[in-house]
Design a protein around this ligand. Structure first.
Ligand code: GLU
Length: 400
């Protein structure tokens, strides 16, 4: 039986996770014990160890975590790396914790999940609200319990602790490599003077803006929850990053027009890069979007209704599982280094990452051009490519 072109048994595998682990993490906060709720969703491991980040966010639910883990299965398959998909989460606002409390929470997460993770089992990394310092605490806790150093159990670690310098900017860099390829192939031009707007100014947004400028584009707007900074003549991205990292708010940027946070979605730009969280471009605001090309830095920023509307209008959306895969592809390169106790130089690593991103874009573009007559989107093409690889692996393993 087939569902939407998908074999029923493949659909049954991919529409639910293989394993969900729910944990409670006690942390002493300001002198009293608080129990935090956490998860690790291990969605599918047909292609290799489960792989995906850990999110620390006050509103995250198990349902969100399952959806995000599913995206990782597809992303890792599409990327051509030997991983299945997973995602972890803790319901917490990390900004409200002191450094030692955050450390205790991170170590507690690892203690609770120790037996379920490992370099050949499940390899977590950062996501929204987590960072290399948190990975350092986690890899240390895991190594202490194991009684030996195990660098390959977490990725995106600090450079001084088995990390690679490219990982810090890999997601944003990959987003812009993909944007450059999409613009060249679909709009027949290089990025010179092309106007880019970046919504969401965390790790992905900041580095996407940085590389956009490096590639010759003009970043006209950047936004975080404090607001949008807009300048049709182009912003000084280095300055914006400095302001953001010093004060926590991009709105403190000296100069430009100050608009509300979501205005970065609506300004006059050729390319829009939504890099915040899920569901930012929706049926209720999509009519205001002016960009011709949307490159998804965040996971799931466009709702299906908004995508349908934009597709009808001729706007192309480069989907998250293709556009933001630079982070996890770099994680894979770091893991390969760790397993062999070796390192590549920054330049060598970046060129490997760029090569993989460019190739993956070509692969999806081909599928997209082949299927386009049937009215499919680039997301459909990416999903078909991803599922085909997982399906083959499941068949070979005898799962289906
Ligand atoms: N959290 C990132 C993502 O959503 C990266 C995950 C990883 O490196 O494992 O793709």
């Amino acid at each position: 039986m087939e569902i939407g072109g998908l074999d029923k048994v493949v659909y049954d595998y991919l529409s639910r996770p293989m394993r969900v682990i729910a944990i409670s993490i006690p942390v002493r906060v300001n002198g009293s014990m608080v129990i935090f709720e956490g998860y690790r969703v291990q969605h599918n491991n047909a292609l290799g160890p489960f792989k995906g980040g850990i999110r620390f966010h006050p509103e995250v639910t198990l349902e969100d975590d399952i959806a995000l883990a599913t995206l990782m299965t597809l992303k890792n398959s599409l990327a051509g790396i030997p991983y299945g998909g997973g995602k972890g989460a803790v319901r917490v606002d990390p900004k409200l914790l002191k450094a030692n409390e955050l450390e205790e929470l991170s170590r507690g997460y690892v203690r609770a999940l120790y037996s379920a993770i490992g370099p050949e089992i499940d390899i977590p990394a950062p996501d929204v609200g987590t960072n290399p310092q948190i990975m350092a605490w986690m890899v240390d806790e895991y190594s202490k319990i194991a009684g030996r150093n195990v660098p390959g159990v977490f990725t995106a670690k600090p450079v001084e602790l088995w990390g690679n310098p490219v990982r810090e900017y890999a997601t944003g860099f990959g987003v812009m490599v993909t944007a450059r390829e999409a613009w060249r192939n679909l709009f027949n031009s290089n990025l010179n003077e092309v106007k880019v707007s970046v919504h969401g100014f965390g790790n992905t947004g900041q580095w996407a803006a940085y590389w956009a400028t490096k590639m010759g584009a003009k970043v006209v707007a950047v936004a975080d929850t404090s607001g949008t900074v807009y300048d049709p003549n182009g912003l000084d991205v280095n300055k914006a990053m400095e302001v953001k990292n010093k004060s926590g708010k991009v709105i403190n940027y000296p100069g430009g027009q100050k608009l509300s946070p979501d205005d970065a979605l609506y300004v006059n730009a050729d390319i829009l890069i939504p890099s915040a969280i899920e569901n930012t471009i929706r049926a209720d605001n999509v009519t205001k979007v002016k960009a011709k090309l949307i490159v998804e830095g965040a996971n799931g920023p466009t709702t299906p209704e908004a995508e349908e509307y934009l597709t009808k209008r001729g706007v192309v959306i480069v989907p998250d599982i293709l556009a933001n895969a630079g982070g996890v592809i770099m994680s894979y390169l770091e893991w390969v280094e760790n397993l062999q106790w070796m390192t590549w130089s920054e330049e060598e690593t970046r060129s490997k990452l760029e090569g993989i991103m460019v190739n993956n874009f070509k692969k999806v573009l081909n599928e997209y051009e082949n299927l386009k007559k049937g009215g499919v989107t680039m997301r459909d093409a990416a999903i078909v490519t991803a599922v085909t690889r997982i399906e083959k692996a499941m068949k070979l393993r005898g799962w289906i």
